[in-house]
Design a protein around this ligand. Structure first.
Ligand code: A2P
Length: 341
């Protein structure tokens, strides 16, 4: 059971990875009260260190006994690792904040975006799930719209950066880009096709329905976070040759009459969102502007010319920060804050 303390022992599982390294950095940036940081990864990483508050901290191998005296265990080492070790960490008394898809749709596991459904964390959470990156940035924009206009349907296409797949995918895009420009043949190890100078409409596994698991995460997680199973979501998830930040084209159909100019005002005061919408000045959300930043950018807000009670917009967020590591740290902050109040 989590207790209010001056400092907390925090384990980061997957500390050497794309998300895990940001979890450590964000704990430091936001001055989370860390008494002891325990970076965990596979046996391959023993001997490596992560830098925390200017000092090297040795990476330890993830083991069954890694969670003694741990208050918070932030997981980002994939669903297989989470399935095995998150229950072990929770049994050892840690609050687990899991970035994988392992537990997200389990009934008793809260799926939390602190700006959207902070109440969902519950009083004694063992495992809390961090939603899918594409879903987090979309629901930040959808929630205020749903509260005011009641969303009936969302049609979304994503343009997802390679960092969402992890460090190896970042290297694959870099290597392939050099290779293509040098006129050399390229090897695809992480993705089923060349990602450099290409778009791949395939993220995660295909299901019998013809949709991918990534697309269905957006359907199911949106409904769970927004606590409304009546919201229809029609998704297409695409991997694009961008290093950091996912972009999304979103069409929203509402029950009540809705106008783009009102949505612009509404989203201007939405927590976690920054409206960047001055097309005359060529200002709209860009992946290169959202990368390495906390805010989710929304722009190109316009009325749907084909339908009444519908608007279109463009949402861009850093998938490793708000889409993963930042959201996880914010959940930990929320739990600490709740113990104080
Ligand atoms: P390691 O670097 O030792 O392989 P990314 O998402 O960037 O690919 O990173 C994945 C993270 O998950 C890395 O920190 C990686 O550690 C860790 N990881 C992967 N498999 C395991 C495992 N079986 N046990 C512990 N950590 C793992």
């Amino acid at each position: 059971m989590l207790k209010l303390k001056d400092g907390y022992n925090v384990a980061v599982v997957g500390a050497t990875g794309a998300v895990g390294s940001r979890m450590t950095a964000i704990l430091e940036e936001r001055k989370f009260p860390v008494a002891k940081l325990v970076p965990l990864a596979s046996a391959r990483s023993v001997g490596k260190t992560v830098t925390f508050r200017g000092k090297p901290v040795p990476v330890q191998e993830l083991r069954d006994d890694s969670f003694q005296d741990i208050d918070f265990a932030l997981f980002s080492a994939g669903a297989t690792v989470s399935k095995k070790f998150a229950p072990i960490a929770a049994r050892a008394g840690a609050v687990v904040i899991d970035n994988s898809s392992a537990f997200r749709m389990e009934k008793n596991v809260p799926l939390v975006v602190p700006e959207v459904n902070p109440h969902a964390v519950g009083d004694d959470p063992g495992i809390i799930s961090n939603p899918n990156c594409s879903t987090i940035q979309m629901v930040l924009a959808l929630k205020p719209i749903h509260d005011k206009y009641r969303i009936k349907r969302v049609v979304v296409s994503t343009y997802q950066s390679v960092s969402g797949t992890g460090q190896k995918a970042i290297e694959e895009l870099r290597d392939q880009s050099h290779g293509v420009l040098a006129g050399q043949p390229v090897a695809s190890k992480v993705y089923p096709h060349q990602i450099a100078f290409n778009c791949i409409p395939h993220i995660d596994e295909f299901l019998e329905s013809g949709y991918t698991k990534e697309e269905m995460k957006m359907v199911n997680e949106t409904r769970k976070i927004m606590e409304d199973d009546s919201i229809q979501v029609s998704p297409t998830a695409v991997r694009v040759p961008v290093f950091f930040a996912h972009s999304e084209s979103v069409n929203v159909e509402t029950e009540k009459a809705i106008l783009a100019e009102d949505v612009k005002k509404l989203l201007s005061s939405a927590p976690g969102v920054k409206v960047v919408d001055a097309p005359d000045l060529k200002q709209y959300p860009l992946a290169i502007d959202a990368a390495h930043k906390d805010a989710v950018l929304v722009g190109r807000i316009r009325n749907d010319i084909s339908k009444e009670r519908a608007v279109n917009f463009w949402v861009v967020g850093d998938n490793l920060r708000k889409g993963a590591a930042l959201n996880a740290v914010q959940i930990a902050e929320l739990l600490v804050q709740r113990m104080k109040s």
